[in-house]
Design a protein around this ligand. Structure first.
Ligand SMILES: Cc1cc2nc3c(=O)[nH]c(=O)nc-3n(C[C@H](O)[C@H](O)[C@H](O)COP(=O)(O)OP(=O)(O)OC[C@H]3O[C@@H](n4cnc5c(N)ncnc54)[C@H](O)[C@@H]3O)c2cc1C
Length: 441
């Protein structure tokens, strides 16, 4: 590819104790935790809202937060879910773990403001100044132009590990052959007759009755991709539901052309599913899709390699770690990278074989937040250091709250002590995390 060399002066527009790239569930958990521990925190995101996939992509529901005995997303996660349920209760809706994305944005806005974090939206990380394994500044772009942000410590909460890769950290991508879980464009539905939907038995989205209807639609050509992995439509308020129902395969979240194809193809499939639901599913005769995610839902891209790589053996042994900062239990939910019945049967088998029993969980060591070769950087959320199986568990929102909370506390302690995250006392970190309600052994 042709290369251009550009020399320009860039203004240092902001400084902070900690700068976090990415305001998804992990970045927000990190920002609020660090600010409450006394750090001056800047949180940047190129979108116009907090929440990443949990709001902008319209993810419909929190995956498990508890192991049936202990609340695992304890501390920050607990607080978010409590506040969200209060919003729903004001509308007399018993939300459980369902997500009304607009309410969740307000919860995040409040938490960020109350803790004193400065969010900067419309701000995209484009590069970094890195010297001898240390990030000196982030280069960002916004409608104001290009500018730099300086801080002694940074957190990569971009989901795709973008900052870590810019800074030179090693990473893995997808499965053995680079295959990734499919993308989904979540959809907002109105006009559903919820009483009829329940009575129709379709609420359990992948029951045999629903799969038979899907198969007939594939055969008739009404649904153009024979995708048997059907996640379903989830009620998120008295009047609305969110569909997690399309899969577009082979989308590379680090490539703009691939993402563009993914989002256009997902939208085309949504039109097919809208007609399918209206014709085939009880309660949907008058339903319409009235919106879709502002961003494409991405399940998998890079995993940044850190001082430890949390792996399937650790999960299966429900391993404890001396430096653990939390625990989690969701099974490996590896959405098959190809459509087809056999793939879905294999997926369900793997998912079931991974399930933790009541009171069981695996430890999350602090070392998976420390990218190799970069001294003043932490990761959290979907891109932390683990194998594909553990990523498929830890990538969900409660898991991201846990690693975000751990990263935020570690960054604040390092900033206060004038040291780097790798050198902090992990016993002190664990004590502080326990003090804010985190759960671990
Ligand atoms: C379709 C789908 C359905 C899902 N369903 C569920 C579910 O039901 N329950 C559940 O618990 N989990 C679910 N998940 C998983 C979960 O939503 C995500 O894995 C989780 O949100 C990841 O959190 P994160 O903070 O690591 O990253 P993200 O949520 O991806 O947030 C990253 C943030 O970084 C920002 N960013 C990225 N690059 C830059 C840059 N260069 N400059 C500035 N900002 C940047 C992004 O705009 C984004 O706001 C689902 C995921 C998908 C895709």
């Amino acid at each position: 590819m042709e290369q251009l060399t550009i020399h320009r002066n860039i203004p240092v527009k902001y400084t902070a104790d900690l700068c976090i790239a990415g305001a998804g569930p992990a970045g927000i958990a990190a920002a609020v935790t660090a600010a409450r521990r006394g750090a001056r925190v800047l949180l940047i995101d190129h979108l116009a809202m907090p929440g990443g996939m949990s709001t902008a992509a319209l993810v419909p529901v929190f995956m498990p937060c508890s192991d049936g005995v202990n609340f695992l997303a304890a501390g920050f996660g607990n607080e978010v879910i409590d506040r969200l349920q209060k919003f729903a209760a004001r509308r007399n809706f018993d939300s459980g773990l369902a997500i009304n994305a607009e309410h969740l944005k307000r919860v995040y806005d409040d938490l960020l403001a109350e803790s004193g974090v400065e969010p900067l939206y419309y701000t995209r990380l484009i590069d970094a100044v890195v010297e001898s394994g240390r990030i000196e500044a982030l280069l960002c772009n916004s409608p104001s132009g290009n500018f730099a942000i300086k801080a002694p410590i940074f957190i990569d909460a971009t989901g795709d590990g973008t900052l870590s890769v810019i800074a030179g950290a090693p990473f893995e991508f997808g499965g053995e052959n680079g295959e990734v879980m499919p993308s989904t464009l979540c959809s907002l539905w109105a006009g559903i007759d919820f009483a009829a939907y329940r009575a129709g038995g379709a609420f359990s989205h992948n029951d045999d009755k629903m799969l038979a209807k899907l198969e007939e639609a594939f055969q008739r050509g009404e649904l153009s991709v024979p995708d048997f992995h059907h996640t379903g439509v989830f009620r998120v308020s008295n009047v609305a539901a969110v569909g997690n129902i399309t899969h577009v395969f082979d989308v590379d979240a680090t490539d703009e052309r691939s993402l563009t194809r993914g989002v256009i193809e997902n939208r085309r499939l949504l039109a097919e599913y809208e007609e399918f639901y209206r014709r085939q599913v009880a309660g949907f005769a008058e339903a319409e899709i009235v919106g879709s995610g502002s961003v494409l839902g991405i399940r998998e891209s890079r995993r940044i390699l850190g001082d430890y790589v949390l792996n399937r053996d650790d999960y299966e042994a429900r391993r404890d770690f001396p430096d653990e900062i939390g625990r989690y239990n969701f099974p490996a939910d590896i959405h098959p990278p190809r459509p087809g019945k056999e793939e879905v049967i294999a997926h369900k088998k793997l998912f079931r074989s991974f399930c933790c029993g009541k009171g069981e969980s695996y430890g999350i060591p602090y070392r998976i937040l420390l990218p190799r070769g970069v001294e003043n950087l932490l990761t959290c959320g979907r891109c932390v250091s683990c194998d594909r199986h553990v990523m498929a568990s830890l990538r969900v929102i409660p898991g991201c709250y846990i690693t975000g909370q751990g990263a935020g506390m570690a960054a604040a302690l390092a900033a206060a002590a004038g040291t780097v995250p790798r050198k902090i006392d992990t016993a002190a970190l664990r004590k502080e995390l326990r003090g804010i309600g985190a759960f671990f052994h």
